[in-house]
Design a protein around this ligand. Structure first.
Ligand SMILES: Cc1ncc(COP(=O)(O)O)c(C=O)c1O
Length: 405
């Protein structure tokens, strides 16, 4: 198969010329998409095994989501929060119910929602917990990924994300992921929150040791600290449950959601919590022009509706079992380790064979789109609408790529 035809090559060259090089995309130029499959400008089809970093949990252009967007466009798309609109209350009500919480604060991107969670936690610390002004600390995990703002990268341990962007925001304590003793030692009377990913996605789909989330919950309750779960990538069906925290039957004090909440149609993020936490905010203290706009709310209402059916969680559970069983069989055949849960896998490729990037390039050549991370790891996170045949296709292609290296 010729990988770069004139159309693809011209489109790649144009993008390279006119954009900042803050990404290193695979040389595939997508023009169409439907469900779990995309088509490039030269008519080649690929199984999308990244799903927009889990923003496309319901697949590309899910009919219910496109229908919701189309209908809303005919009415009103933006009001700002200076006025109310008829999609706002229903969205907040439905999302709060899905989370078993009292209140929703809608934003747009994941990073904005994380920033919101940090601000709310600090304010809660000062107004409710009684932390002395300016002293609030938040405990986070090493190898985290919570977004790209200056405050968020201040507590990143990834030099690519952090270097050259200082001065850094103080107030964060970094402990090893999965280590409850280190977390306990980092918490003191100034600590307002623990902010973690229940599964670390960008780090390579790292699943914490069993009991970790239960331990974090107990520790936070005991120390009067908010447990803030960044479920932006792990939540909304990906792992086979609505939230990755559900796997241990744990409920945080705050969910931070994004990505799939917008159904792959519009950016929608949110912080969802109890009234005693989100209730600390007063008018004028936080906001966003686009957060909670009518189009976003209409799509997100339809997203919550899809999740309420339980169908996607079940698909992720069942097809995830198949995915992991088949991937585990590749250990010793070019794969050194497989991690993850549901339709989400981090696969360590034997570095003697090829890098993660090379593996992704070769997968692309045989019709599978995936993304590498940290040198020799690749991630598979297909839309939850994939079929059994699709899952087998992806693993067969990976086996082929590893066997022919
Ligand atoms: C766990 C987690 N938090 C936050 C973010 C940031 O989201 P966004 O890129 O929408 O700002 C990401 C994005 O990958 C993520 O995986």
């Amino acid at each position: 198969m010729t990988m770069t035809t004139n159309r693809t090559a011209a489109a790649v060259a144009e993008a390279e010329r006119w954009t900042a090089h803050n990404y290193h995309p695979l040389p595939v130029v997508i023009a169409d998409a439907d469900g779990a499959w995309v088509t490039d400008v030269d008519g080649r089809r690929y199984l999308d095994c990244l799903a927009g970093y889990s923003a496309l949990n319901f697949g590309h252009r899910h009919p219910a989501l496109i229908d919701a967007a189309r209908k809303q466009i005919e009415h009103v798309t933006l009001t700002s929060r200076a006025f109310l609109h008829d999609q706002f209350g229903p969205f907040c009500r439905d999302l709060a119910a899905l989370c078993g919480m009292d209140m929703v604060l809608p934003m747009n991107t994941g990073a904005e929602a994380v920033e919101t969670a940090i601000k709310v936690s600090r304010k809660w610390g000062y107004k409710v917990k009684g932390v002395p002004d300016g002293q609030a600390s938040i405990v986070v995990a090493a190898d985290n990924f919570h977004g790209r703002t200056t405050t968020i990268i201040s507590f990143s341990t990834d030099p690519d994300a952090r270097a050259d962007y200082g001065p850094y925001t103080p107030g964060f304590r970094i402990v090893p992921y999965g280590d409850l003793d280190a977390m306990r030692a980092a918490i003191d009377e100034t600590t307002v929150a623990v902010l973690i990913e229940p599964i670390q996605g960008e780090a390579g789909v790292l699943v914490p040791p069993p009991g970790y989330l239960t331990g974090v919950r107990a520790l936070c309750t005991e120390q009067n600290v908010l447990f803030v779960a960044d479920e932006i990538q792990s939540g909304l069906g990906r792992t086979g449950d609505t939230f990755a925290c559900d796997h241990e039957g744990v409920k945080p004090d705050m969910y931070v959601l994004g990505k799939a909440l917008g159904g792959g149609v519009v950016p929608v993020s949110a912080v969802v919590s109890r009234a005693d936490v989100l209730g600390v905010l007063r008018p004028g203290e936080h906001g966003s022009t686009f957060g909670g706009n009518p189009l976003a709310c209409a799509v997100a209402i339809a997203v919550v509706d899809l999740l309420n059916s339980g169908e996607f969680q079940e698909r992720a559970r069942e097809l995830g079992a198949l995915l992991h069983e088949r991937l585990r069989a590749l250990i010793g055949h070019g794969v050194t380790a497989v991690r993850g849960r549901g339709l989400w896998a981090g696969i360590d490729i034997d570095p003697a064979l090829m890098t993660g990037r090379e593996a992704c390039e070769r997968l692309m050549a045989v019709g599978v789109l995936a993304k590498d991370t940290h040198g020799s790891t690749i991630r598979l996170a297909p839309p939850l609408v994939v079929t059994e045949e699709d899952v087998n296709f992806a693993v067969d292609r990976l086996a082929e790529v590893l066997a022919t290296s």
